[in-house]
Design a protein around this ligand. Structure first.
Ligand code: CTP
Ligand code: MG
Length: 232
């Protein structure tokens, strides 16, 4: 993959993904839950806005009125409808990003506590020459590979070397051409860096933030509210 011939000093675009259905969270869409006085999606958009020239918000089907409000308020420059899988939602956003975009940051709305400094840090590493920059934190649990045995029981088949593992977060920043190339032939992954890795791109890790949790299950919103109180 080309990595140094296209300048990265042009416009920075952020994609904020809020088109998921939050099946693990519960009955309410997690992106519209309140964190203090603002919703999860509003906080994620405001922080992405602080580090990008343009912001695309990706929303679920039937959320056109919500998208119009977010654009009207200036929280986003454009709203698009997402797709079935997270990667489909990213591709929907790529379809509305200007050709002259130099760096594209992909962020999960479900991580409302990522700081503007983290957004700026990943962009800076791409400006420095990486195809992609992603935040990660050390893994503290012991991680095992599991399988089912002949009795149907869940059993451990291997214990992975924790020193070689990290837990990856968003925001993830990409050279725009690297991200577009990685998505050019479809594909699905739980993050975009996986597609860039598969395409042979150089993905640089930056220090993530322990407080940058993803709201996944019902407990996570409560944790995020407590963390917000300590972060200020
Ligand atoms: N997302 C998206 N489009 C999809 C799936 C996910 O924009 N088709 C977004 C979610 O809104 C979320 C982020 O990607 O901000 C990370 O996904 P995840 O935490 O898995 O959220 P959901 O897919 O909504 O939740 P679940 O997997 O529990 O259904
Ligand atoms: Mg999901």
């Amino acid at each position: 993959m080309s990595s140094t011939d296209v300048p990265t000093d042009g416009p920075v675009w952020a994609i904020v993904l809020a088109a998921g259905s939050g099946r693990r969270y519960g009955p309410h869409p997690k992106q519209y839950e309140f964190l203090g006085s603002e919703r999860v999606v509003d906080r994620s958009l405001a922080i992405a806005r602080a580090a990008a020239d343009h912001v695309v918000v990706v929303l679920g089907p039937g959320e056109e009125a919500e998208g119009a409000r977010l654009v009207e308020s200036g929280a986003a420059d454009v709203a698009v409808e997402g797709g079935e899988e997270r990667s489909d939602s990213v591709r929907a956003a790529l379809g509305v990003i200007d050709e002259d975009a130099a760096v594209i940051v992909v962020h999960d709305a479900a991580r409302p506590l990522a700081t503007a400094e983290l957004h700026q840090a990943v962009v800076a590493v791409v400006h420095g020459g990486a195809d992609a920059a992603i935040p990660a934190v050390p893994v503290t649990d012991t991680i095992k590979r599991v399988t089912h045995d002949e009795h149907g029981d869940l059993v451990a088949s291997a214990t992975l070397d924790r020193s070689e593992l990290v837990a990856v977060q968003t925001p993830q920043a990409f050279r725009a051409d690297a991200l577009r190339a990685a998505h050019a032939h479809g594909g699905s992954a739980t993050d975009d860096a996986a597609l860039v890795e598969q395409a042979g791109g150089r993905v640089v890790i930056v220090a993530g933030e322990a407080t940058n949790i993803k709201i996944t299950g019902p407990m996570d919103l409560a944790v995020a509210i407590v963390l917000l109180g300590t972060l200020g």
